[in-house]
Design a protein around this ligand. Structure first.
Ligand SMILES: [Mg+2]
Length: 315
């Protein structure tokens, strides 16, 4: 397996444009960020059997490997523009690679992202994507700006992907839920609306409680969440029936929705703009000066979680 051939065959033609001066094919890519913009850079690795079920369709793996990185750029309010890809493959499988590249490229095209570099090695299936985007200086949606009195909001719905994962081996899985797991939607437009306006933001990849915890810690504040306010999809409600369902929307991973905090005065215009973009947001709680996270059930009594979220290295 010749690594350059693989990358060239499946991930070319190399792109050149005003801001991608040199793409795939040389020792390094040359990019030209727009004038007076800062670069946002992130990287994420997906390991088969850890971050996605081994029998996930390769087209979905290609989509997801890029989507989780675009979600991180959305969470910084950046505009995605470039990506690099490092693929570790157990064997040379042209059919698999063709489908993987289709999924990757379709999402890249949708967001105007150029793939500008890549590498392949042999080993257990592992995909690392680095994404680069840009934004005006000082406009990033950071984790450390939440203020007491802010409302806490999330885009979309929570818990769908985690439920799909639990039902992965079900003979007739719900296709809406499954798509939320295998083909997450990076909330780029929402990030742009929040740019320079939301006090703090993060994307929910490891579960609401864990990711909100990062915001609280970075901001030096606490919060109270209203479990009864968590946005749940019709598919989720239909599948769960009357069973208690707090664990999945609170601690299930892979939502890739944006969590952000807003001052009271910004609520109405921003929520209206998000809804107009087809990405409505829901108020789920309030930032408070007192450290720690308090979660109240619909009856006003505190809830406790057995598990705070998904942690790769445990406690
Ligand atoms: Mg993130």
């Amino acid at each position: 397996m010749k690594e350059f051939n693989l990358i060239q065959r499946h991930f070319t033609p190399p792109t050149t444009s005003a801001d991608t001066l040199l793409g795939v094919g040389d020792d390094a890519a040359i990019i030209q960020p727009p004038p007076h913009q800062t670069l946002a850079i992130c990287v994420d690795t997906l390991v088969a059997g850890v971050h996605f079920p081994e029998d996930t369709h390769p087209r979905d793996i290609g989509h997801k490997a890029l989507a989780v990185n675009l979600s991180d750029l959305a969470a910084m309010a950046a505009t995605p523009r470039w990506a690099t890809l490092a693929l570790t493959l157990p064997e040379h499988d042209d059919t698999w690679l063709t489908a993987f590249a289709e999924g990757f490229h379709a999402l890249a095209r949708e967001h105007g992202v150029d793939l500008v570099g890549g590498d392949t090695t042999r080993g257990p299936l592992t995909i690392t994507v680095q994404a680069l985007g840009y934004l005006p200086p000082g406009q990033a949606l950071r984790r450390d700006g939440a203020q007491p009195g802010d409302h806490i909001l999330v885009t979309g719905t929570l818990g769908d992907a985690a439920l799909a994962l639990e039902q992965w081996d079900h003979p007739h899985p719900d296709s809406t839920l499954r798509a939320r797991l295998t083909r997450p939607t990076p909330r780029i437009a929402a990030g742009h609306i929040l740019r320079g306006r939301a006090h703090a933001g993060i994307d929910i990849s490891d579960g609401l409680v864990q990711d909100l915890g990062h915001v609280l810690k970075a901001s030096g504040v606490g919060a109270t969440l209203q479990a009864g306010a968590l946005p749940l999809s019709d598919a989720f409600r239909g599948a769960m029936g009357d069973t208690t369902h707090w664990r999945l929307p609170l601690a299930g991973g892979d939502d890739y929705e944006l969590l952000f905090t807003l001052a009271e005065a910004d609520m109405e215009p921003i929520c209206q703009q998000l809804a107009e973009q087809g990405c409505p947001a829901t108020v789920i709680g309030r930032i408070e000066a007192e450290p720690g996270l308090r979660i109240l059930g619909p009856d006003g009594a505190p809830l406790t979680l057995e598990q705070g979220g998904y942690s790769h290295f445990g406690d």
